[in-house]
Design a protein. Structure first.
Length: 136
């Protein structure tokens, strides 16, 4: 199998897996400030990959107003302490649909323990939240 074909198959597998699990992933190069999102990260925000360039500011724009302060504080604390983070919040999609998500991230350090990259996922847990509310 050619390398290009393997890459294409792997990329499609990742995309399909994220659709099924309702998960999007992201990568932020702290040194260059380059941000990458998976296709499903765009989908979770109700956006098309060719519609906008991914950025922290754009992600923050989609965080529900009531969660923005906690979102910013949690990320700032993770960056300052070079630690992983996990929290639940709501995001507002482009069409104004509000979904519940789990946001989780990890700091990547270089050999001198300097933060060089952050990676993370966002998972739509709206259905689980609805089930939990029905049970209560």
């Amino acid at each position: 199998m050619e390398l290009e074909n393997k890459i294409e198959i792997t990329t499609q597998f990742l995309d399909d897996s994220q659709i099924i699990s309702k998960t999007g992933s992201w990568n932020w190069n702290v040194v260059t400030n380059e941000v990458l999102w998976s296709k499903n990260m765009f989908r979770l925000l109700g956006l098309a990959p060719d519609e906008v360039a991914p950025s922290y500011e754009l992600a923050l724009h989609h965080v529900c107003d009531s969660d923005k302060k906690r979102y910013e504080e949690t990320l700032s604390e993770a960056i300052e302490n070079k630690t992983d983070y996990y929290f639940e919040n709501k995001i507002v999609q482009k069409d104004k649909t509000v979904i519940s998500v789990v946001s989780s991230g990890k700091c990547i350090l270089d050999e001198n323990q300097n933060l060089i990259q952050m990676i993370g996922i966002v998972q739509d847990i709206s259905v689980q939240k609805e089930i939990d509310q029905i049970k209560e």
